[in-house]
Write a protein that binds this ligand. Structure first.
Ligand SMILES: Nc1ncnc2c1ncn2[C@@H]1O[C@H](COP(=O)(O)OP(=O)(O)O)[C@@H](O)[C@H]1O
Ligand SMILES: [Mg+2]
Length: 280
């Protein structure tokens, strides 16, 4: 469904050239849920924006459903870390925004928008303004908006990372339901091992500077999954430990222990790249 062949991306900035991604080869099957896991700065957002058609590749090619990506498309939806709702529009009108932008039939989509909001537990909130809702509810609105065009591909950039832990878990459950119902192909970017293991069929681990695929780890745990006590705890623990080791490794080959140190996998590595002057 999604195919990346030798995809690279560099940025030329005032402070020099940043090689964000190098030689990414990846196939995502139709209906698959893939998580892209990596430290901050390793190119996750860049990867997603290229698949969405928001940013051109420097080299290589990306196709979705067999067609090269050149610009944003109706069948590909993108969900960002922040809900990005228009503050002066009601919840319903925010969900209907793509309908206006793309000029789809409003009457038909109005019913669908209401049904989506109902499904997301937001029935009765259609006329509210975004600021009247909690962060979790706002992100639900934004999820509904990304679903309004019945996308075949959903690209999600750390969509739950600004939320508290329980809301995050709740929304992860909802996302799994959406995935099972819509059978959409999902690429979900995260720096959280728990989130990746909870949600994904496969986890693509990126290594930083330049971003490359370090390893692809399969998660063979039946759905629906929860973070609580369940029957597959041993599998989840084993996969989480493996992902943890992959994230901790710097440039050591596999099997060689990473250098000892208090580094946290989810913590952004702030030191400037050896090639650039560190400016973002
Ligand atoms: N528009 C841009 N201009 C210059 N550098 C950029 C731009 N976008 C991203 N980068 C650089 O590319 C690298 C990867 O960034 P990003 O994809 O945002 O990483 P992540 O999402 O994994 O945190 C970083 O070094 C970042 O500074
Ligand atoms: Mg990012």
């Amino acid at each position: 469904m999604i195919r990346l062949s030798a995809v690279s991306r560099t940025f030329d900035g005032r402070s020099g050239r940043v090689e964000a991604l190098r030689g990414i080869d990846l196939d995502v099957a139709e209906g698959e849920f893939v998580a892209v896991l990596g430290r901050s700065g390793c190119g996750k957002s860049t990867l997603l924006r290229m698949i969405a058609g928001l940013l051109p590749v420097t080299a290589g090619q990306i196709t979705v459903a067999g067609t090269p990506i050149t610009k944003p498309r109706r069948d590909i939806a993108m969900l960002f870390q922040r809900p990005a709702l228009l503050p002066w529009r009601s919840v319903l009108d925010n969900v209907l925004l793509p309908v206006e932008i793309f000029g789809w039939r409003r009457a038909k989509h109005r019913d669908r928008a209401r049904a989506l909001l109902e499904m997301a537990g937001l029935g009765g909130f259609e006329k509210r303004l975004p600021h009247e809702l909690s962060g979790g509810m706002q992100q639900r609105v934004s999820l509904c908006r990304s679903l309004i065009g019945e996308p075949r591909v959903m690209l999600m950039d750390e969509p739950f990372s600004a939320l508290d832990a329980l809301t995050r878990e709740e929304l992860s459950g909802e996302l799994q339901r959406v995935h099972m119902e819509t059978k959409a192909t999902i690429v979900f970017v995260t720096h959280s091992i728990d989130e990746a293991v909870l949600l994904a069929d496969r986890v693509v681990v990126l290594s930083p500077r330049p971003g490359r695929i370090r390893e692809i780890v399969e998660v063979k745990v039946p759905r629906p999954r929860t973070l609580g006590r369940h029957a597959h705890l041993a599998d989840v623990a084993r996969i989480s430990a493996e992902l943890h080791e992959l994230l901790m490794e710097r440039d050591a080959p596999r099997g060689v222990p990473a250098p000892a140190g208090p580094a946290e996998p989810a913590e952004p590595a702030e030191e400037p790249a050896s090639t650039g002057a560190g400016g973002k």
